[in-house]
Structure formats: C-alpha cells, structure tokens
Write a protein that binds this ligand. Structure first.
Ligand code: CMP
Length: 140
C-alpha cells in the first residue's frame, strides 16, 4: 500500500555531510520526499518526540544527542514506505546492521546511529504530524 513515514537524519550524519547520500538511497528505493526541513531541536521538542522512551535508561542521552546539532527531518512516501525505510536504515545498533544499510555505512554507535525512522504506520502518522502541519506535506 502507498504509505508515508517519518525520517530524521540525526546530528552525527548531518555533521558528516551525508544528507545527499542518504536522500539518494531513499530516491533509488522509490521513496519520495514529500516534506522536509532542517531544524535544531529544542530539548522540549526532542523530549516530546521521544516521549514513548521517557522511562528508558537511555532517554536523557538520546535527547542530549538529538539536540547536539541540527537534524534533517523528512516525510517519505512510497509503496510500503514504513518497512522499506526501516530496511534501508538497518538495525538500530550499527553493530547489527546489515552491510549496505545506512547505519552500517554511516553510524558510529547505538546512540549516534545516523537516522531515525517510524516503526509502524500508526506512529508514522503521529510523527509526521509532530513536525509538519498537513499543509506542508506535498503528495506526489
Ligand atoms: P531511534 O530509532 O531514533 O529511536 C530511539 C533511539 O534511542 C534509537 O534510535 C537509538 O539511537 C537510541 N538508543 C540508545 N540506546 C538504545 C537501546 N538500548 N535500545 C533502543 N534504542 C536505543
């Protein structure tokens, strides 16, 4: 089915200057960018985005990392976009990420892991709405 998912290129990958390389992987896989913006998140924005992880031991470090520099945020659209995007990213921990995936190629650790992607269609809708008003998403 035609889906949308939320993608974030995290501060480590933005600092490595690989935004274009990562966008290229999305495009080659048939995912279209339908919204995008660069943003240096506030602590409150990062905490709100990752609210489901609030009780996890890594929460504070995750938030600190996510506000350590600007991120590139995009909504992607395509057939089976949620799973396709997760396949392109690879496992959360780059040590477990398959060769050729974004995290295998660009991530340094489970914290600095280059990219975020929605884990379900339901969360994708919530995460896209968190960053983009409906009028800033362009169906194509
Ligand atoms: P992300 O997909 O952005 O969702 C939450 C993030 O928390 C995850 O990527 C990792 O970067 C980070 N994280 C740190 N430690 C863990 C862990 N033990 N399990 C899952 N995520 C972790």
């Amino acid at each position: 089915a035609l889906e949308r998912t939320l993608s974030i290129i995290k501060p480590d990958a933005v600092a490595k200057n690989v935004i274009g390389e990562i966008y290229s992987r999305f495009e080659k896989a048939g995912l279209k960018v339908v919204a995008s913006k660069m943003k240096h998140l506030s602590k409150q924005e990062a905490e709100g985005f990752y609210a489901v992880h609030r009780e996890r031991p890594f929460f504070a470090a995750l938030v600190e990392f996510m506000i350590s520099g600007p991120v590139m945020i995009q909504a992607l659209q395509g057939e089976n976009a949620v799973l396709k995007h997760r396949d392109l990213m690879g496992a959360t921990n780059p040590k477990d990420a398959a060769p050729g995936t974004i995290r295998a190629d660009f991530a340094d650790s489970i914290d600095a892991n280059a990219v975020h992607g929605s884990d379900s269609l339901e969360n994708a809708a919530i995460e896209i709405a968190y960053f983009f008003p409906a009028t800033d998403v362009y169906p194509r």
